[in-house]
Design a binder for this molecule. Structure first.
Ligand SMILES: Cc1cc2nc3c(=O)[nH]c(=O)nc-3n(C[C@H](O)[C@H](O)[C@H](O)COP(=O)(O)O)c2cc1C
Length: 174
């Protein structure tokens, strides 16, 4: 599967990078990092966000899944309004128009009504709104455990096989 991971300028940019690193090698993966995310992350890798002509900007490229993690309120608002002014927002617009898998992990707290309306709109358009919410049940001992749980749930939404967390079977103790 061709999978895009996009990191916008919200806290937890390192979580998006970790998710990218955990995608199994049998997939083709592509990373886009917004300029603001680089400030948060201080790293440079993958496609340039201003490179609107990169292959993933086109529906014909055939990306099957896209994860935006974390998704800033800025990028969320642009996608919800159909603005496609950089590679992340354009790729997200492509996923929506082609009706492909799109998981968005908005990162802000608290969410204001504008962000909530944008999430509702995108959810109704078929995107999965999956903020990085911690799950405290079942064997979560370390930060790494908690992060793997979140990333595993994102991968589930995108159809990426994984064993990143122990699945609930109704018998584990909290
Ligand atoms: C250290 C730092 C942390 C930030 N955290 C968030 C955040 O958690 N959520 C958010 O929506 N914006 C956050 N911002 C603000 C965004 O980076 C800013 O709105 C930026 O314009 C987003 O651009 P982008 O959507 O192109 O990445 C943060 C900025 C900085 C410098």
């Amino acid at each position: 599967m061709k999978i895009i991971v996009a990191i916008s300028g919200a806290s937890a940019a390192s979580l998006g990078l970790k998710a990218y690193g955990l995608i199994p090698e049998n997939h083709q993966k592509y990373l886009v990092v917004s300029e603001s995310a680089k400030i948060v992350l201080r790293q440079e890798e993958g496609f340039q966000n201003r490179d609107i002509s990169a292959p993933i900007a086109s529906g014909s490229f055939g990306a099957e899944a896209m994860l935006i993690a974390p998704c800033s309120m800025n990028t969320l608002a642009k996608i919800a309004c159909g603005i496609a002014d950089n590679l992340i927002t354009r790729s997200a617009a492509v996923m929506i128009k082609e009706r492909r898998k799109l998981a968005i992990a908005p990162r802000e707290t608290p969410f204001d009504p504008i962000a909530l309306e944008n999430m509702l709109k995108l959810s109704r358009l078929g995107a999965n709104i999956a903020p990085p919410v911690l799950g405290y049940y079942a064997d979560r001992r370390t930060i790494d455990d908690l992060e793997r749980f979140i990333i595993g749930r994102w991968f589930d939404l995108l159809g990426i096989e994984n064993n990143l967390y122990r699945r609930w079977n109704g018998e584990q103790k909290v």
